[in-house]
Write a protein that binds this ligand. Structure first.
Ligand SMILES: Cc1cc2nc3c(=O)[nH]c(=O)nc-3n(C[C@H](O)[C@H](O)[C@H](O)COP(=O)(O)OP(=O)(O)OC[C@H]3O[C@@H](n4cnc5c(N)ncnc54)[C@H](O)[C@@H]3O)c2cc1C
Length: 288
């Protein structure tokens, strides 16, 4: 199908965006990379009266480090995220996640802000920012407010953004940690059937502040509280990994979806847990 008829406005500055949103209210929908939005328009899943293109707003661009915070502008495209040296140095989990997102053509235009706002439960970046304990910077004509990533994803395709707000940036705390992301997908570039983004600190072999975050297994990224508790303070070894895998049965309640039944997803989550945590072990223990 063709897109519905609509007006098109290109905003060059935040002030122009606020003016357009104020004038058109709920009829206005903002567009970033357009990779999801344009498909939903073609399917007539949404029919905005006015499309507001934000891609030229310089205030939403850029990747910077200030003190102990890495700030990533909402318009950062997936390809830019994947090759940025500051991201590689301070949040390599994001660098590792980018090749798992869709295909190169989509990564060329899709943005981190669009991915987080769309809040697909099988998407990689929402899970990564929860694992990194990041903060979403929401902006409106009234100013900015900060939302912890773990509170940002509220339900299936739902976020804590208010109707007059946009995502301006993501702020990642810079801290020593190990991280990894793994997923199972039917084909390279497909959304994950199940995935795991994880961060933790290892202090003399003991696990500190683990954040195992599963995707593709719920209505949004799932921060696995019981599996994390099963790991906290313990030596990272086969026993603690098995304890985390066992605890997952209480953390995850996957819905049946196109990929298969809940038990299949639980199984995949346990396998991914073993792979990710096993990857943090010294090579000698991996071989044992
Ligand atoms: C075939 C296909 C396969 C894909 N596979 C994957 C995959 O495997 N993994 C994955 O993670 N993603 C995947 N994606 C999604 C893609 O990576 C983009 O992240 C996604 O399209 C959203 O980014 P965008 O910039 O294109 O947003 P848009 O399509 O422009 O917008 C998406 C939604 O977010 C809103 N929005 C955009 N920017 C903001 C903002 N700054 N503040 C508030 N709201 C905003 C828009 O109004 C719209 O509702 C896939 C997409 C396609 C088409």
């Amino acid at each position: 199908m063709k897109w519905p008829a609509m007006r098109y406005i290109r905003a060059y500055h935040l002030d122009e965006l606020w003016a357009a949103l104020s004038e058109h209210g709920p009829a206005a929908q903002i567009m970033a990379g357009g990779q999801t939005l344009l498909a939903t328009l073609a399917f007539r899943l949404s029919e905005p009266g006015v499309l507001v293109d934000i891609t030229r707003i310089a205030e939403l661009r850029g990747i910077t480090v200030t003190g102990k915070t890495l700030r990533i502008g909402a318009l950062t495209r997936h390809v830019e995220l994947g090759r940025d040296a500051l991201v590689q140095e301070h949040a390599p989990l994001l660098t590792e996640a980018v090749p798992l997102i869709a295909h190169l053509a989509i990564r060329n235009r899709g943005t981190i802000g669009g991915s987080l706002a769309y809040a697909d439960p099988a998407a990689e970046l929402p899970a990564c920012i929860v694992a990194l304990d990041a903060t979403v910077v929401a902006a409106s004509a009234q100013g900015e407010r900060r939302i912890p990533a773990a509170a940002f994803f509220t339900d299936l395709l739902q976020t804590a953004l208010r109707p007059d707000e946009i995502i301006a940036a993501v702020e990642v705390p810079i801290t020593a940690r190990v991280s990894a992301i793994r997923e199972v997908a039917r084909r390279s570039g497909d959304y994950a059937m199940a995935g795991l983004a994880a961060t933790l600190r290892l202090e003399a072999g003991r696990v500190v502040s683990p954040r195992l975050v599963y995707f593709g297994v719920g209505n949004g990224p799932v921060l696995a509280a019981r599996a994390n508790a099963a790991l906290e303070g313990r030596m990272l070894d086969a026993n603690s990994i098995a304890a985390a895998q066992a605890a997952l049965s209480q953390d995850l309640d996957p819905p049946q979806d196109l990929h298969g039944p809940p038990e299949m997803k639980r199984h995949l989550a346990r396998v991914l847990t073993g792979r990710v945590l096993g990857g943090f072990l010294p090579a000698t223990e991996m071989a044992a």
